[in-house]
Design a protein around this ligand. Structure first.
Ligand code: CAA
Length: 245
């Protein structure tokens, strides 16, 4: 099954996550395909910026695939979190060209974590964003505890994570989680405008600036988050997550 559709219109590539029947939830195969697609784009010189969005008008990504996740052993859950971080989320964050998330609906759990890995975010007015993992007996496992704090500050991030609250585009803009919002029809246009404003600048400058912006990001925090996720997994039955859902 192919989960990724890419529209190449140099200097911008738009990657669409195409698993609409599951609100574009991230299963292992999708993570692998998205990672592979980025590896290809990384070395294409005339692509200078990337937009990631979900297919449909309901979801960017509604999280990690809970059904797939619920069948995993603790060791597999740990490996999933580590593999996702290494092969996709860190890759996006450290990409050599700007990546913009165009959040066209739900961005929950791993979906918001995916958007947080991107360098900038635009969201449609119907977007709903949150990290509901604590309500499932888990914690964010794809860098959410680290990247949300860094993006919106400790006060707002702590409230979002500990209460599992879901926020709309207005609030997300107010706290600096997104760069801008637009109506659903114009979302891709707005994301493209933002990408275009970047690509007029030198590619080497963009690459260097991204490296510098990420320089103080504490990788130890990501490893620590994975360990704490495993502690949560040990304390709960993954089956219960599935039933709750
Ligand atoms: N994983 C797998 N399938 C999902 C999914 C997910 N995260 N989210 C939605 N789907 C599937 C549903 O099972 C449903 O499929 P079926 O028709 O086969 O039953 C389909 O997508 C449509 O979903 P709903 O019928 O639920 O749509 P809705 O409009 O009623 O509700 C929603 C939308 C509020 C987003 C709801 O789907 C929902 O709450 N989804 C789960 C959100 C969530 O908890 N995400 C966090 C996951 S945990 C995580 O990401 C872990 C991590 O980082 C470690």
């Amino acid at each position: 099954m192919k989960y990724i559709k890419t529209l190449i219109e140099p200097p911008i590539a738009t990657i669409k996550i195409d698993r609409e029947s599951h609100l574009n939830a991230l299963n292992l195969e999708l993570i692998k395909q998205l990672s592979n697609e980025l590896s290809i784009i990384e070395s294409v010189e005339n692509i200078r910026a990337v937009i990631i969005m979900g297919v449909g008008n309901k979801a960017f990504v509604a999280g990690a695939d809970i059904k797939e996740f619920s069948n995993y052993s603790i060791t597999q859950g740990e490996a999933l979190s580590k593999k996702g971080q290494d092969t996709l989320f860190n890759k996006i964050e450290n990409f050599n060209k700007p990546i913009i998330a165009a959040i066209n609906g739900y961005a929950l759990g791993g979906g918001l974590e995916l958007a947080l890995s991107c360098h900038m975010r635009v969201a449609s007015k119907n977007a709903k964003m949150g990290l509901p993992e604590c309500s499932l007996g888990l914690i964010p496992g794809y860098g959410g505890t680290q990247r949300l704090v860094r993006t919106v500050g400790r006060t707002q991030a702590t409230e979002m994570i500990l209460t599992s609250k879901i926020i709309d585009a207005d609030f997300a803009e107010k706290i600096g989680l997104i760069n801008l919002q637009s109506n659903q029809e114009e979302l891709l246009k707005k994301a493209t405008q933002l990408a275009t404003s970047c690509v007029k600048n030198s590619p080497k400058s963009l690459e260097s600036a991204i490296k510098c912006i990420n320089k103080n990001f504490d990788q130890e925090g990501l490893t620590f988050e994975q360990k704490e996720l495993v502690n949560c997994l040990e304390l709960m039955s993954l089956k219960r997550v599935f039933q709750l859902f």
